[in-house]
Design a protein. Structure first.
Ligand code: ATP
Ligand code: MG
Length: 410
């Protein structure tokens, strides 16, 4: 890989670098955007690394937010109010596999040495157009390799999350993991249990979303042993894992729910939100009862029964069956305007009470009965015929005097 003579750095980033340099501090573009641009992927999110300590950054840029000041990161806002991360050169002084204590006042090369992979440890000077690549990240971009900076065993022990990051970058770019890096990562896998669920979940989700093929990310988690710790009941059959590549998008909650024996437990272990856990629960609940595409009545009943889980279950059924038949029936049913919930009926609870049905649970029960009829025969969802049925069920009502405006209208 040749370094291009210049990278196209956005003006706002150049201006921030200029101000730092004028004040006497080095400023370099580093990290993911450099890597992505060298690979030919558009990424304008250039982070800066600088010799300026955090308080100096904050003094130079009044419009700035201390996003992680203990780690030396300040978000500087440009004239459009957009944030750009500026991080002080730092070195880890103490690590325990989960957190690092950092020290400022170090050189660019020391800062690059604490980065995780060679492809993430390349720096570019946005004013002088110089490159700095002490670990031959460019060579590894050419060789298509994820390789730890320095001694891989030590690097994974410093921060176990790097194991999952290695898998994510490999799958995203279609790279291999260098053999010593892979072996060290695999050896370090038991350390993953010490990570917080939030960090693991963010990596899992990001990995699935950024993968060329989500199945490759899952397979790599299974292979290295990360899945056994964090997703112990996940499917391991190649066929089932391959089905996730046929989902319309890489939706991490859907994928996790699809692959898990017990989606609720998986999502809870990853400390997902209550809404996400509920979504997983509904998926598990509805998985067994998906109807054949040709049976429209059954499809209507099914849509009514699964409610908000319908689209998730449809995505799963489509991926598993490998055809759009059910999706087509569902689209047809939805376009027909057929009632699929009590709220779609041509009558409501007030109408029933006005017709003499006593207030209470019986009202809801009657509406359910009507829905059941209409799911079978949508053409019956019409006010007078539904009211007629209600009167049959509550024979005395027709003799009662009108009680309100609704009934007087009739
Ligand atoms: P992405 O496209 O996912 O943002 P990225 O490479 O920019 O990829 P970030 O998590 O944004 O990843 O981190 C920015 C840079 O910080 C990385 O390129 C890497 O140099 C360094 N870095 C991030 N996390 C770690 C870590 N856990 N250990 C060492 N270095 C890290
Ligand atoms: Mg980034």
């Amino acid at each position: 890989m040749h370094f291009p003579p210049r990278l196209d750095i956005p003006d706002e980033v150049v201006r921030i670098a200029q101000r730092l340099e004028t004040a006497g501090f080095e400023a370099w573009c580093v990290g993911g955007a450099i890597r992505d641009n060298l690979l030919g992927y558009p990424n304008k999110d250039f982070d800066l690394a600088t010799g300026a300590p955090p308080d100096a950054i904050r003094k130079l840029f009044h419009r700035s937010i201390p996003v992680g000041v203990e780690h030396g990161t300040v978000a500087v806002l440009d004239s459009h109010g957009r944030p750009h991360e500026v991080t002080t050169f730092r070195r880890d002084v103490k690590t325990d596999g989960r957190h690092a204590q950092v020290e400022f006042g170090v050189s660019l090369d020391e800062d690059l040495a604490r980065r995780d992979f060679t492809i993430n440890a390349i720096a570019y000077h946005p004013l002088r157009h110089e490159w700095r690549d002490p670990f031959d990240g460019a060579g590894d971009l050419t060789r298509q390799l994820v390789r730890a900076v320095g001694d891989p065993t030590l690097r994974f022990r410093e921060d176990y999350l790097r194991i999952l990051r290695a898998l994510r970058f490999a799958v995203r770019f279609g790279f291999a993991i260098a053999p010593e890096t892979w072996t060290a990562a695999q050896t370090a896998v038991p350390g993953l249990q010490h990570l917080s669920a939030e960090r693991v979940r963010d990596e899992w989700f990001k990995g699935l979303e950024s993968a060329r093929q989500p199945s490759a990310l899952v397979t790599s988690w299974v292979e290295i042993g990360a899945a056994a710790l964090w997703l112990p009941d996940i499917a391991s059959s190649t066929q089932e894992i391959a089905a996730i590549d046929r989902f319309p998008e890489a939706d991490p909650v859907l994928i996790t729910s699809f692959l898990s024996q017990d989606p609720e437990a998986s999502l809870r272990r990853l400390k997902c939100s209550n809404a996400e856990i509920e979504r997983g629960r509904r998926i598990a609940h509805g998985r067994g009862a998906v109807p054949p595409a040709a049976d429209e009545v059954a499809v209507r009943r099914w849509l009514a029964a699964v409610g908000p889980a319908a689209d998730d279950l449809l995505a799963i059924a489509t991926a598993e069956r490998g055809n759009e038949d059910l999706a087509n029936t569902v689209a047809r049913v939805r376009a027909s305007g057929a009632a699929l919930a009590v709220g779609d009926l041509a009558v409501n609870g007030r109408d029933l009470i006005a017709a003499g049905v006593p207030e209470g649970p019986i009202v809801g029960q009657l509406l359910q009965d009507l829905l059941h009829v209409v799911l079978e025969r949508p053409e019956l969802n019409e006010r007078s015929s539904l009211m007629e049925r209600v009167r049959h069920q509550v024979p005395s009502t027709s003799e009662r005097p009108a009680r309100n405006a609704t009934e007087q209208r009739e």
